[in-house]
Write a protein that binds this ligand. Structure first.
Ligand SMILES: [Zn+2]
Length: 386
């Protein structure tokens, strides 16, 4: 690393990151099967004779989390988990979150929320500012569970969504999981929504997968004007990855409003496609969160690819951590290391100045999120700027 590289790495290490897509923490101690299940997107145990520790994220845990628990870097899985149990989950969570240097968490509260810490509890453990991102599908399912009849569903949903969104910084849809990103780009008519709601409610509501109602939710979300996050790309096997390419949303993005930010989350392995969409549509932003954790030692390459096409004001940092605090720490550590390494190369090659490298890292790690999520709204604004 050059002298400038050391300055750049130091500046990036000091940056108080805004993690714009993240979840809460598991409260309990984890035995080896539980921990291994939490560091993979698979629902199944590792293949016979193998372990999830022998994967990029497992190596990253041993390299970067072990020292935070007072172990040598690269300590073995058993030693790591024994030390984890010895310290206890609350202390492990506190140490790993504190070590991440993240300043603010925008928390998606809609995924298996009953199993993990909520907003205030996470804030207390982390000593970090938190703000909520509300899931459209969770709100629709809540309205259905409340005994809503079909004719008034659209209005009841919009009312409930506006209430839920009042204290939030953004909205999120998991249409990628529930249908695919190849959804019909047009806003459904009121009659279509009433018919679809009738069928869903007669069937007892539950997990929302009806494509008309999913689209109705997305358009109602756009009406509120808050940044709308979309799950894109890689995730657990509830989705079909070939239907999670963001290019499938091209007509929807072309038809949609330009003044409501659309945040494409994760995106891997379609992060280059996301970068293209961020270049051509003013409302599109993206991140490579989650992929940074799961590609471990190769995350540098993913970060480099995320800097290929999109304007630098359109990329954001996220961890997408859910569950073990190792994922919260790794999201930050791997991002800082990867960005420092990639940007140092640009500086050394004379393509970028050191000042620009520090400025762009600050934009992606913190300032783009500050600008996009509820600018000017005092309470949330203060949270993000604390
Ligand atoms: Zn997530």
């Amino acid at each position: 690393m050059t002298g400038a590289g050391a300055d750049l790495a130091a500046a990036i290490d000091e940056l108080g990151l805004v993690d714009h897509h993240v979840h809460g923490l598991l409260r309990a101690d984890l035995d080896r099967p539980a921990f291994e299940a939490a560091i993979t997107e698979s629902f199944e145990p590792a293949a016979p004779g193998t372990t999830w520790f022998d994967a990029p994220v497992g190596f990253a845990v041993r390299a970067h989390c072990a020292p935070v628990l007072d172990l040598p870097a690269h300590a073995g899985p058993d030693a790591y988990l024994e030390r984890r149990r010895e310290l206890g989950a609350p202390e492990v969570n506190r140490r790993l979150l504190t070590a991440s240097g993240v300043a603010a968490l925008l928390i998606d509260t809609g995924h298996r929320a009953e199993e993990i810490t909520g907003l205030e509890e996470t804030a207390a453990i982390a000593g970090q500012a938190v703000a909520e991102v509300v899931r459209l599908e969770a709100v629709a399912e809540e309205v259905a569970a409340g005994g809503q009849e079909a004719g008034g569903f659209a209005e009841a949903f919009s009312t409930r969504l506006a209430q839920a969104a009042a204290g939030a910084v953004g909205l999120k849809t998991v249409v990628a999981y529930r249908f695919g990103l190849d959804f019909d780009p047009a806003r459904p008519s009121a009659a279509e929504v009433a018919t679809a709601a009738g069928a869903w409610l007669r069937g007892g509501g539950g997990r929302l997968t009806d494509p008309v109602l999913l689209r109705a939710g997305i358009w109602a979300g756009l009406d509120l004007g808050l940044p709308l996050q979309f799950h894109v790309g890689y995730g657990d096997p509830d989705l079909r990855l070939h239907r999670c390419n963001p290019l499938l949303m091209t007509d929807f993005l072309a038809a949609g409003p330009r003044d409501v930010p659309v945040m494409l989350l994760h995106c891997y392995p379609y992060h280059r496609e996301a970068g293209y969409l961020a270049q051509v549509f003013p409302q599109v932003y993206f991140d490579v969160g989650e992929a940074v954790n799961y590609t471990g030692g190769r995350s540098r390459a993913v970060l480099a690819e995320s800097l290929e096409l999109a304007p630098f004001g359109k990329a954001l940092f996220s961890s997408d951590a859910w569950g073990p605090a190792e994922l919260h720490l790794l999201g930050a550590v791997l991002w800082r290391r990867g960005m420092a390494s990639v940007l140092d190369e640009f500086v050394a090659a004379g393509e970028w100045s050191l000042a620009d490298a520090v400025r762009v890292a600050t934009m992606i790690g913190r300032d783009n999120a500050r600008r996009v999520y509820r600018p000017g709204e005092s309470d949330v604004d203060d949270t993000l700027r604390r």
